[in-house]
Design a protein around this ligand. Structure first.
Ligand SMILES: Cc1cc2nc3c(=O)[nH]c(=O)nc-3n(C[C@H](O)[C@H](O)[C@H](O)COP(=O)(O)OP(=O)(O)OC[C@H]3O[C@@H](n4cnc5c(N)ncnc54)[C@H](O)[C@@H]3O)c2cc1C
Length: 523
């Protein structure tokens, strides 16, 4: 079989990459071991940014229709001290505080439903061949192409696939990463964790003292900064729970029910459908690319599900790599454009991993230092400071200022720490804005680059169009007035990448637009 991109692993990230390639007609073969998605709910919280991706893949309505929670159910968390019946608790502001800066609203649904929506969607793209029930067994990467050997789950059928690139979206134990020799580094907390999925109406009833929320986190001095964590799967009775457990814990010797009651703080009946374990590590690949091989999602980085970053970060990897592969395979992106995948995406995870590690250390220090039974006034002052300082969602603004393929400020660096604003800034996600037609900018962005031209000139940016045409670069010019909500962009000309990040801004057009364009395609 011959294709352009071989995607190994069709969990959410591999499916997302196939959708990103399929929507622009790039041939790809996706190999996924499982005939059906695993039924463990896993990554449930999808950020507003991830919903923008579903919109661009043409399946956002299908995704919203698949949710189990009623529309409008508040997505966010409760943090309690001691247990869920504890006196001290707060409901930190969630990602809804930044939702105006995105074109879509956040969503929550079990990962297997998200995967089902994507599985259905990619089947509609003519350029995507999806092989479910097939595993990659051997990867070879040469100067001129890649070769993948695969076999089906009966072991009777085998196939050989030739492609230009291979991408390992095959999870934390990635075969692609291992076979192409990409090493990882990270922090091993030497901590075993349990993951239980269960049904309990009693738990739902016992949490009615809180405003409705989707997750419940318990901080307890005995946990050394790790959490007891409950997440809703539906609005009434299905839950997942994860917690630190002894190193030798097994499904046979762990009393998961007793642990859940301890974390809840009250007796409850529950029926388990899954009890599994994992080791708490923060791990990152030392590079996301070796020659014609790439890795994305958990294959490139993994961490405990503290903060709901894993899946959302993986989707952004897929989208970032997807447009760059499409650009190079279509001939308008320079091969060096592919180097910018590691350059842009790896620092984002480095900081995400650091903030998770620091969060665990900070909670550990807080819990060791302050105890209400030791000095209640001191504890309450510290608890109030802790809860007031919890502003994580608003300061988490991953951006690529400092990337070699955007025209960012001199000396800037790629980071997760930024500020949400409507201003269009090179290297940052474009905020939505209404056009004078009543439509949103996001409804008008092209599949390639878009030049937003906010000017009264009748046919603006002719030189830009001509330069793009000469380079074979797909460019849509979106003309409107510099008025109303669009003035918040702060610039009259905004060049937007296929992943809705801003590449360049200006109030005047450059004398030679080719200079601007050459950098953004990797020259
Ligand atoms: C308890 C828990 C809760 C979580 N909660 C959240 C959350 O709220 N938000 C969030 O963003 N993230 C969350 N995560 C993390 C999230 O689930 C992962 O980040 C996500 O699954 C990563 O997707 P992936 O596609 O990279 O990898 P995976 O989901 O691991 O998918 C890899 C796929 O590759 C396939 N595969 C592997 N090897 C081969 C091979 N050789 N050939 C063919 N196929 C292969 C596997 O069958 C699998 O389907 C949670 C994780 C856990 C465990």
């Amino acid at each position: 079989m011959q294709t352009s991109v071989i995607v190994v692993g069709g969990g959410p990230v591999g499916l997302a990459l196939a959708a990103s390639l399929g929507k622009v007609g790039i041939p790809c073969v996706l190999l996924e071991r499982g005939r059906e998605p695993s039924t463990i709910p896993r990554g449930q919280n999808l950020t507003a940014r991830s919903l923008e991706h579903f919109c661009s893949w043409g399946c956002v309505e299908e995704l919203r229709a698949a949710r189990l929670l009623p529309p409008g159910f508040p997505i966010g968390g409760i943090t309690a001290y001691g247990s869920l019946t504890g006196r001290y608790w707060y409901a930190p502001a969630g990602r809804e505080t930044v939702s105006d800066f995105y074109y879509q609203r956040q969503e929550r649904l079990p990962q297997y439903l998200t995967e089902s929506v994507l599985r259905t969607r990619i089947k509609a793209f003519g350029s995507v061949v999806a092989l479910f029930g097939w595993s990659a067994t051997h990867i070879e990467v040469g100067e001129g192409g890649v070769h993948v050997t695969a076999s089906d789950d009966t072991g009777d059928a085998h196939c050989e696939i030739e492609g230009s690139y291979v991408v390992g979206c095959d999870g934390a134990r990635s075969l692609v990463r291992e076979q192409v020799g990409i090493t990882c580094s990270g922090t091993d907390f030497d901590q075993r964790m349990v993951l239980a999925v269960f049904r309990s109406r009693d738990l739902h009833a016992g949490l009615e003292r809180f405003p409705p929320r989707t997750t419940y986190r318990v901080l307890h001095p005995a946990l050394a900064g790790f959490w007891w964590f409950f997440g809703r799967v539906d609005a009434a009775e299905t839950w997942f729970f994860h917690a630190p457990v002894p190193k030798d814990a097994t499904a046979a010797n762990l009393d998961a029910h007793a642990l859940i009651e301890q974390a809840a703080g009250f007796p409850l009946a529950c029926t388990f459908s899954h009890v599994g374990f994992w080791d708490l590590r923060v791990d990152i690949a030392d590079t996301y690319q070796r020659g014609r091989a790439f890795i994305a999602g958990d294959a490139a980085h993994s961490h405990p599900p503290y903060g709901a970053f894993g899946l959302n970060t993986g989707f952004e990897d897929a989208v970032n790599l997807g447009w760059k592969l499409a650009a190079v395979l279509s001939g308008w992106g320079e091969p060096q454009l592919l180097d910018s995948y590691t350059t842009e995406r790896r620092p984002i995870f480095v900081e995400t991993g650091q903030s998770i590690t620091e969060g665990i250390a900070n909670d550990r220090a807080f819990l060791a230092r302050y105890r209400p039974e030791r000095d209640r006034d001191e504890f309450e002052r510290a608890w109030n400071r802790l809860t007031a300082g919890d502003t994580a969602p608003s300061s988490y603004e991953p951006h690529y200022e400092g990337s070699p393929i955007v025209w960012g400020p001199a000396g800037a660096a790629i980071s997760t720490r930024g500020q949400h604003t409507f201003r269009a800034r090179p290297g940052h996600h474009l905020a939505p804005a209404l056009l004078s037609s009543g439509r949103n900018v996001f409804e008008e962005l092209g599949p390639g680059y878009t030049l937003i031209a906010l000017t009264d000139q009748p046919r603006p940016a002719a030189a830009f169009r001509a330069a793009a045409r000469a380079m074979g670069l797909p460019l849509r010019v979106l003309a409107d007035t510099f008025a109303g909500p669009r003035t918040a962009y702060g610039s009259r000309f905004i060049l937007v990448r296929p992943d809705q990040y801003v590449a360049w801004t200006g109030d005047d057009l450059p004398t030679d637009p080719a200079v601007i364009l050459r950098r953004v395609v990797g020259s």
